[in-house]
Design a protein around this ligand. Sequence first.
Ligand code: SF4
Length: 473
Amino acid sequence: MNNLITDIPILDDIKIHDESVQGTAFESVQNQHNPNARKLYIETYGCQMNFSDTEIVASIMLKMGFKTETNPKNADVIFLNTCSIRENAEQKVWERLKQYRSLKKHNPGLIVGVLGCMAERLKSKLLEQDKLVDIVVGPDAYRDLPNLISEVDSGQKAVNVLLSLEETYADISPVRLNSNGVSAFISIMRGCDNMCSFCVVPFTRGRERSREVNSILHEVEILLKEGYREVTLLGQNVDSYRYHNTNFAQLLELVAQMDRNLRVRFTTSHPKDISNQLLETMAKYNNICKFIHLPVQSGNNRILNKMNRTYTREWYLERVQTARSIMPNLALSTDIIVGFCSETEEEHQDTLSILEEVRYEHAYMFKYSERPGTLAARKYPDDVPDQVKTRRLNEVITLQTQISREKNLADIGKTFTVLVEGASKRSEKDLCGRNDANKMLVFPYKEGVKKGDYIQVKVKQATSATLIGEIVD
Ligand code: SF4
């Protein structure tokens, strides 16, 4: 999922509740009004983990006295928090760096930093490849930013791409930059041990490590005080969370028990870790949303084995069946890769048929993009021609869009509990919010209804992406 968020909101309206946030928030508001404060501009690429990391980076930089800036032209420091999951994600960053070259000509003191997975993958090569770059920082080295900034201030280039076996930034309060004030992500673990043969994440984010339980519950407490109504527990593979004797199902239960009006979600899951204990815990609490993002990647066993996904089609379908028997209204989404090394037409048909068999609410669908350093890049030729990949991708998208539309059309006439997130992007007159199944609903504004309210919405129309309805009492 590639989103580019450029503008960082000014932090004037942060509600100061909690002392630890108070520090950061107070400082950030102070900084914001300090005309001499250095200005930080960050843009973030890639997955939700990166957006959460940007909130950690902002917290560290604000503690150093920086203030946020929404226009790169006015910035003293520009950070690009990058993604490496596919080639085109990195291409976007190279393009962006080209665009910033002119800014440095006008402001030679401008500091440009590359953060995140691309920084970890390319390391100091980034400095050689593009003279514009002053700082290169990997996902586990953000605590070192104060030192790195002072190195650059003293005229050097600075790099820290050390991966850690412990780092979880548990004690750093994220500054909620792009939040709607209703729903927030909480990073509960970092890294991934799964070693899927196509994936660069284990190399750019390191080994799995889980965050201390109480630091997670404390963050939920802060969010509740600040009026948040929904939290999403976040990790590359949240289901393998384990801190001492607390596994993911137990952590999920602890969070759900904190406030029964707090909606609880989690992402991303690996099918191998979907335990019956987790499914039964989800079923036990109304405030744990009945939705799982469950990447399957392919519908064919030979390809699944070559991807090192550690499960078979049959095993995956058994998990889906069990989950739906425990939670009949369970909604599912997935990730699909087409055109993986040596994938035949028949094997592609297996991917199409698993979409028909599971009938997901939604899917993220991509062509295989060879990533340097991965097991697949080292062992398997990327031998499916690009136009074949494109044709297969279009077939998968066409089929899934039809399934999403049919499932949404089947919701017409139904009434759902919706958590209001704010004004709809469609029109000022409409509000929007999601139901338990993580589907977005759009409905006309009604007097007295505001962000953070739980309301009943009856569905009147549907597209493949959105349900359109009206508020019912
Ligand atoms: S589970 Fe596989 S695809 Fe997901 S981050 Fe880990 S290695 Fe990558």
